[in-house]
Design a binder for this molecule. Sequence first.
Ligand code: PLP
Length: 397
Amino acid sequence: MKKESFYVDERGYYGEFGGAYIPEILYKVVKDLKEAYLPIIESEEFQKEYCQLLRDYVGRPSPLYYAARMSEKYGCRLYLKREDLNHTGAHKINNTVGQILMAKKMGKTRIIAETGAGQHGVATATVCALMNMKCEVFMGATDVERQHTNVERMKMLGAEVHPVTTGNMTLSDACSEAIRDWCCHPKDTFYIVGSTMGPHPYPDIVARMQSIISKELKEQLMEKEGRDYPDYLVACVGGGSNAAGTVYHYLDDERVKIVLAEAGGHGVDSGHTAATMHCGTTGILHGAKMLVMQTPDGQIEEAFTISAGLDYPGVGPMHCNMFQKGRSKVLAINDDEAIRGGYELTRLEGIIPAIESAHAVAALSKLTFKADDVVVLTVSGRGDKDIETYLKHKEWA
Ligand SMILES: *Cc1c(COP(=O)(O)O)cnc(C)c1O
């Protein structure tokens, strides 16, 4: 039997997940993208521009930092991959830099994006300012209110923010609205998707754009540990893009164990959760087959978590397949555990992580390591945006 691979197959699927479930009107634009994306990404011209921007604009390579005090606490050799040090404060910029170059190569003149917490919206508005492209961001009206600073950042960067008033008025509704807009302007518009979701080829595009994370890990681990792979990779999962980037070059390497933290909210049995892999069933959302939190008759259920960036009722198809086949171990981390993890990293290492990343930190306490295990944890973003939430829940620390 052929060895199982966890990369996308030629039909756009990861096992039974993925595909492109799109309305007729988008068929041509998705087909064009499918035919164009690999030749563009693999071209010398793209690679040159992309690598230059990642280096001089984003600030890559992001450091791989040996966290001595955390290592002592967990009894392993813990390294932090510092995506929090990127321009705009998270990994999202890796992807928006790549996709806007792709949009330009395809002759598109208008950019749209969805955003929840506003991090992807800001990363998109940033590269649009850089490239002088028209930018429109769809954001649930509830999030517009909750994430006011990011709305102002996007506007300052020249983007137009459209509050979405359908459904729960959060990320899932913003995605639907962005897809609706794309249907109306398929010719001139490029949709910059923010995570490893959406119709094929988007999950593969985003995973490749973020794969710079594990590409750098190979070199950095070789330099620091004398071998180019760790024993464990740990990351948080919302739609799955920072996790996909972290594991990308190790997907089919069985020496490397993959541990992912999804947002448990109040708990997987509480009815207030975003733990899609624990609680979801197979369904179709935003153009792909994935695990989705839904009612028995297929209505999407609202996700709940303290962390705006993990607040999505689905999870990208690559992760659904890895989880289903046992390639990844997925832990649901509850709100209080994440807050505790965030305070712990702050006090032991002087690094305030985004609450999303704090979920990955909290996963460490649920694992048992051998003293010489090399563990890499991706700090997907910085916590400046979350200070108020940390303060509000100080009692959990
Ligand atoms: C958006 C975001 C996430 C979640 O998105 P993924 O696509 O799952 O990576 C995690 N961490 C931070 C800091 C984010 O901004």
